[in-house]
Design a protein around this ligand. Sequence first.
Ligand SMILES: CC(C)(COP(=O)(O)OP(=O)(O)OC[C@H]1O[C@@H](n2cnc3c(N)ncnc32)[C@H](O)[C@@H]1OP(=O)(O)O)[C@@H](O)C(=O)NCCC(=O)NCCS
Ligand SMILES: *[C@@H]1O[C@H](CO)[C@@H](O)[C@H](O)[C@H]1NC(C)=O
Length: 119
Amino acid sequence: MTVYYGDICVGSIACRVERVSATTVKLYIMTFGILAPYRRLGIGAKLMGHILDVCHKNATVLEIYLHVQTNNEEALAFYRNFGFEVREKIENYYTDIEPPDCYLLVKELSRILKGRNTT
Ligand SMILES: CC(C)(COP(=O)(O)OP(=O)(O)OC[C@H]1O[C@@H](n2cnc3c(N)ncnc32)[C@H](O)[C@@H]1OP(=O)(O)O)[C@@H](O)C(=O)NCCC(=O)NCCS
Ligand SMILES: *[C@@H]1O[C@H](CO)[C@@H](O)[C@H](O)[C@H]1NC(C)=O
C-alpha cells in the first residue's frame, strides 16, 4: 500500500499475512517508511491507524509483529505509541547493516475487547 501527498508518493507499507492455524493469522510488517521530509506530520500514524483498524475488525488476526534495528529510536518510539512491545532482542539479524541487531516488536490484539479497543 502506498500513500500520496498530492502527486508525490510519500510513504509505503508492505505486510504479509501468515497463517497460524486453520482460523487464525498473524500480520508481519515487512517494510514501513515515510519519505524523510514528510515525517513527523502524522502520516505514519494515520497509515498505522488504518492497518490496526482493519486488523481489529478481522477476528482472525491474533497479532501484528515486525523487526526494527536496535538503534532506530524513531521507529521504536513510533511503534511504542501504538502498543507494540519488545518481545526479544535478536543478535546478528541483519547481515548488511550496522548494528546487525534488531528487536522483535509485537502487538497482540485483544480478542476479548473485540471491536472496542482503539489501538
Ligand atoms: C517510523 C516512521 C515510519 C514514522 O512515520 P511518521 O509519519 O514520521 O510518524 P508520525 O508523524 O505519524 O508520528 C507519530 C508519533 O510517533 C512518534 N515518533 C515518530 N517519529 C519520531 C521521532 N523521530 N522521534 C520520536 N518520536 C517519534 C511520535 O510520538 C509521533 O507523534 P508526535 O509527532 O505527535 O510526537 C518514519 O520515521 C520512517 O519512515 N522512518 C524510516 C523507516 C523506518 O525506520 N521504518 C520502520 C522500520 S520497518
Ligand atoms: C480476515 O483475514 C483473513 C486472512 O487474511 C482473510 O482470509 C479474510 O477474508 C478476512 N476477513 C474479512 C472479513 O475481511
